[in-house]
Design a protein around this ligand. Structure first.
Ligand code: ADP
Ligand code: MG
Length: 277
């Protein structure tokens, strides 16, 4: 879906900035979500009053300072954290049902591969854990490794792989149960810049090929702009929506788009908003 579809002129939108234009399928819908954590002596409001619709097939990037609730929000979608208030709907049901259907894939900053298993054995692990209860994915572990650029490296062990390769394996593993929603929490944050650039390009390709609704957390304004169709900017203390910024760049993106005037202006805008978050 083109970003322009997600971001019609303001006059044509519904009354609320977080609702999608009519006629667009919604994959994730949140209304007035609060998340509070209670520790020994105090409570922390990690998210306050978050309302947002995410379109089916959308690539949404999340940007904001440390502690603004980015990880917490992904964890709410994945049913790893329950909101203290508000409602959330993932693919037409509560997050728990979506998780039980294995509709949600998750990639973290640390690939967390099992060191004694090869690449392909790591990718296949969720299928084994599900023990037949997983939907057979559209793609086999071997095909997924090819999709993420690791054809021929199926039998490599994690210690034989670079950081970038390990993250590719983690992405293939997140896709093996054929999820509809892919959650990525700073997946390339620990990689060098060249590797990160290459993975950014390839992630766009994989996303287009599979049509997954993707939520991607990053600290990098460049990554947020390059990958996203919209950028959700969060402010901290308490974590809340600061702005939702449309990315009006062509859908076919290669890294040289970063040299265009549109990209430079967009990242300048993201930086200005980030400074107020
Ligand atoms: P981000 O990913 O944007 O850096 P987080 O979602 O990790 O932010 O955290 C948001 C806020 O919630 C922070 O103040 C953090 O300390 C707090 N927090 C997150 N998880 C927990 C938890 N399990 N227990 C207590 N506080 C938490
Ligand atoms: Mg985080």
């Amino acid at each position: 879906m083109h970003a322009a579809t997600l971001n019609p002129p303001r006059a044509e939108r519904g009354s609320s900035h977080f609702a999608l234009p009519q006629g667009i399928d919604c994959a994730v819908s949140c209304r007035d979500i609060n998340v509070r954590f209670f520790t020994d002596r105090r409570s922390v409001t990690a998210i306050e009053g978050l309302s947002l619709d995410i379109a089916s097939g959308e690539f949404l990037t999340l940007l904001g300072p440390s502690g603004c609730g980015k990880s917490t929000f992904l964890r709410v979608v994945a049913d790893l954290v329950k909101p203290s208030r508000g409602s959330i709907n993932v693919l037409g049901s509560a997050p728990q049902a979506a998780r039980e259907r294995r509709d949600i894939g998750f990639v973290f900053q640390d690939a967390a591969l099992l060191p004694w298993r090869t690449a392909i054995e790591n990718v296949a692990l969720p299928l084994e854990v599900a023990n037949g209860r997983a939907r057979a994915g559209r793609a086999t572990p071997r095909e997924l490794l090819e999709l993420v650029g690791l054809k021929g490296r199926e039998d490599a062990f994690p210690h034989e792989m670079s950081g970038g390769m390990r993250q590719r394996v983690a992405i293939a593993r997140a896709l093996v149960c054929d999820p509809k929603v892919l959650l990525m929490d700073e997946p390339f944050g620990a990689l060098d810049e060249i590797t990160r650039d290459r993975l950014n390009e390839e992630l766009r390709r994989v996303w287009k090929e599979l049509g997954l609704t993707t939520l991607f957390v990053t600290h990098s304004i460049y990554e947020a702009a390059f990958l996203g169709q919209r950028v959700l900017m969060l402010a901290a203390n308490p974590g809340r929506v600061k702005e939702i910024i449309p990315v009006d760049l062509p859908e076919d993106r290669t890294l040289d788009i970063r040299e265009t005037r549109e990209f430079v202006e967009l990242t300048a805008r993201l930086r200005r908003v980030l400074e107020t978050c």
